[in-house]
Design a binder for this molecule. Structure first.
Ligand code: ZN
Ligand code: ZN
Length: 418
């Protein structure tokens, strides 16, 4: 079968992620690389970036097996399979089928922590398999061709779902797709009940939609409407997860939200972008009317600005959106983001960031406050993904959700905002 790098997209999307994983479960990074027949993180990067074709599996069974291997360590003492003594084996928690233990003693010691997470970790384990249907093309399912209400009135999932006629039937259709059968006949766990599977299909689809609907919400925040004028939207810090398997149609929901609009260009900008059809140069000016044109720049945002925006080789943004920029996470990431954060406020660009959790939101707000950036609003985001995310190497940590919180800002404190 073809190379299937996508299956490992979420394992560790950058060197920081890799280091975090290694410090939580020493040796786990090595196990993952081993499963992929790679010697180091650099080789992994080259493969996910499509420079080498190392990630390939004999068949689906092997692919899913190798994915599962990367979760095999004792959730209590972090012991990996090769550290076990002769009689020991890693046994999976029978409830969530997500975490492993080296012994009964470790499982019992972990239960007070794990019991808070176990129920949701069961969903996480199902979702990460169902996610494969994003790469087979079964997901996302199509949505209604046109919103029957103005975007300004569609401020929640509930309102969006009310616009969708055949959406439930389309989600149900995924349950009977041949790829769904292929999936469950090749993994080491029983096929969940139809209702559970249906919920998983929705959660995975909601993560995909949460990005474009978050962009719609950001446009509303700043009173921007592509029917009034063509818009350029930059996605600053677009990551490996957002660009792996990216399609030219990924932001077409904007066409449905703003029928007859004058043209929208979405430019993904980030150093971690991987090869996909959207990797093509940004437009100098306006794109075709009634269409969303996606392009990309591989590099840091402030470099993109200097190289292409300053020189008028790419249009100035009407809005900048960053999904989970993560500049709160460590000084290194903040250093990378600092010139971008300042540039966006200096040029008075409407800016919208999403976060995984309230804790991240608070930490990010603190940083922007110290920089005297003018925060206009922040809080829970209306189009949070429904798919829980776990920290692979710390499974009992509270689960988080993509795009669950937001901050929007424009300009500096004390300056007038246009
Ligand atoms: Zn253990
Ligand atoms: Zn469990």
């Amino acid at each position: 079968m073809a190379s299937q790098s996508s299956a490992h997209g979420s394992v560790f999307s950058n060197q920081t992620g890799f280091n975090a994983l290694e410090s939580n479960v020493p040796g786990l990074g090595g196990v993952i690389l081993d499963q992929l027949n790679m010697k180091d993180y650099g080789e992994y990067r080259e493969a996910v970036e499509g420079k080498t074709k190392i990630i390939s599996f004999k068949n689906y069974k092997e692919m899913f097996q190798k994915m599962e291997e990367t979760f095999k360590f004792c959730a209590r003492c972090s012991k990996l399979p090769h550290n076990l003594s002769g009689a020991e084996t890693l046994k999976r928690c029978g409830k969530c089928l997500n975490v492993y233990y080296c012994s009964k003693a470790c499982q019992m010691a972990d239960w007070p922590d794990h019991k808070k997470a176990c129920k949701k970790l069961r969903l996480v384990a199902i979702d990460r398999l169902v996610e494969w249907l994003m790469f087979t093309g079964d997901l996302p399912v199509p949505t209604e061709p046109q919103w029957s209400r103005p975007a300004a009135e569609v401020g929640s999932w509930e309102a969006w779902l009310a616009l969708q006629g055949g959406f439930d039937a389309a989600l149900d259709g995924v349950l009977i797709s041949p790829n769904m059968d292929t999936l469950w006949s090749n993994v080491e766990r029983p096929r969940p009940e139809a209702a559970d599977l249906r919920d998983a299909v929705w959660r995975v689809q909601s993560e995909f939609l949460s990005r474009v609907l978050t962009v719609v919400a950001a446009l509303q925040r700043f009173g921007l409407d592509p029917r009034d004028k063509p818009l350029t939207i930059h996605l600053a810090g677009a990551s490996l997860n957002e660009s792996m398997g990216a399609r030219l149609t990924d932001y077409d929901e904007l066409n449905r939200a703003f029928p007859g609009h004058q043209g929208v260009e979405v430019v993904l900008v980030g150093p971690e972008l991987v090869d996909s059809p959207v990797i093509r140069p940004p437009l100098k000016a306006i794109g075709p009317a009634e269409r969303v044109y996606i392009s990309a720049y591989k590099g840091l945002y402030h470099n993109f600005w200097e190289e292409l925006v300053e020189t008028e080789k790419a249009a100035r943004p009407d809005l900048v959106v960053g999904f989970h920029p993560g500049f709160h996470a460590n000084p290194g990431l903040l250093e990378g983001w600092m010139p971008t954060l300042l540039l966006l406020s200096d040029y008075n660009i409407p800016t919208f960031f999403s976060m995984f959790s309230d804790a991240e939101l608070q930490a990010s707000l603190g940083i922007l406050h110290d920089m005297e950036i003018k925060v206009l609003a922040s809080g829970p985001s209306p189009f949070s993904s429904h798919k829980p995310e776990m920290v692979q190497s710390c499974p009992n940590k509270p689960l988080v959700y993509c795009n669950s919180c937001f901050i929007c800002y424009q300009g500096m404190l004390g300056s007038a905002t246009s």
